[in-house]
Design a protein around this ligand. Structure first.
Ligand code: UDP
Length: 344
């Protein structure tokens, strides 16, 4: 099954931001790859340059539904499940769909893995830790998630997906791997995604107001997409099946600090406006990647400056091609709730 040349891989969510980079890396490694995507947040143009690749197929379908027959016929050896909207405004736009994507979608793909005897990797999330009391967050931390709040559809959906994956393992029905992805950024983030990196880079380049939710003292740790993809592939190819593995960059910074760096990098004179912090927005987040380091020999290599430069260059090129981008996804708070405007 681990014969590199014989790999036949399904990437569910392969037209999305991380998925499309993963598809490219798998093809570069020699695998045959099928991408399954609903295009809810993924974009066909992320993969358009691969259309003529004979080892690649692109199938439209939602993992919530019965899998398309074209997918069912392929003798997969590996299945990656990256199929879910991941940006808060996006996944909150249809919370029922988000929750069921994680539960029913994961179940449909696990059943496929069982049938094909393919190894299955779930892209889970740091959101399983909720607004954490433990810092940084190791895999053993059980988290502080609200099961009633607006993020629950995603957080609890991913927690349920993890539960199902480990049940399949206990029942001997699938060979599984679980990665918990922390904030990831890079080229092909949707400019209208509503994430802090995509919002701020787009706003800075366009000279628009930069939106800080809360006072900007909340922290995140940002991992460049190439590092993330390398980690996912390393985990898939490893023997590490005895629990989840955090993947992320431990370099932690505040939202204010991130914005300073983007403003310096782009030379932007955008103003900063403050909006209320969305409900249940985690105050601190930083991965403990001791397990990934020890068991996978993996750690991120790309510095934030370098990653932000590549990201800003990509966004600038996008804006040049489409000078009037669609407006950002609806923010988690209405714009009439702007509470303060800072000087330049
Ligand atoms: N955020 C912000 N301005 C924005 C978008 C997001 O200040 O335009 C904040 C958001 O409230 C959160 C952090 O930046 O505290 C990271 O948000 P993102 O949506 O990128 O990721 P997540 O909250 O899922 O970690």
């Amino acid at each position: 099954m681990n014969d590199e040349k014989a790999k036949t891989v399904l990437v569910a969510g392969g037209a999305g931001f991380i998925g499309s980079h993963l598809v490219e890396a798998l093809l570069a490694e020699g695998a045959t790859v099928v991408c399954l995507d609903s295009y809810l947040t993924g974009l066909a143009r992320n993969l358009r340059h691969l259309e003529r690749e004979s080892r690649f197929d692109l199938v439209e379908g939602d993992v919530i539904d019965a899998l398309p027959a074209r997918v069912g016929r392929v003798p997969f050896t590996h299945i990656y499940n990256l199929a879910c909207a991941a940006s808060p405004p996006r996944y909150q736009a249809d919370p029922e769909h988000t929750l069921l994507t994680n539960v029913l979608g994961t179940r449909n793909l696990l059943r496929l893995a069982e049938e094909k005897e393919a190894r299955f990797l779930l892209a889970s999330t740091s959101e399983v830790y909720g607004d954490p009391e433990m810092h940084p967050q190791p895999e053993t931390y059980r988290g502080r998630v609200s099961c009633t709040g607006p993020r629950a559809c995603y957080d609890e959906g991913k927690r349920a997906a993890e539960a199902l994956v480990f049940d399949y393992q206990r029942m001997g029905r699938a060979d599984i791997r679980v990665a918990r992805l922390f904030n990831t950024y890079g080229p092909r983030m949707r400019p209208d995604d509503g994430r802090v990196v995509s919002n701020v880079v787009r706003q800075a380049l366009a000279g628009d107001d930069i939106t800080i939710y809360g006072d900007g003292s909340q922290t995140r740790s940002f991992c460049y997409v190439d590092d993330m993809v390398a980690g996912l592939m390393r985990l898939m190819d490893s023997d590490v099946a005895d629990g989840p593995v955090n993947l992320g960059n431990p370099g932690e910074l505040t939202v204010v600090d991130l914005i300073d760096r983007v403003l310096r990098l782009t030379g932007s004179r955008s103003r900063i406006v403050y909006r209320p912090l969305p409900t249940d927005d985690p105050h601190r987040r930083r991965p403990d990647i001791g397990r990934a380091r020890a068991l996978l020999g993996w750690e991120p290599k790309i510095e934030l400056e370098q990653g932000l430069e590549a990201t800003a260059a990509w966004f600038a090129e996008e804006q040049r091609r489409a000078p009037r981008p669609s407006p950002p996804a609806k923010p988690a708070v209405p714009s009439s709730d702007v509470v303060a405007v800072a000087a330049e």
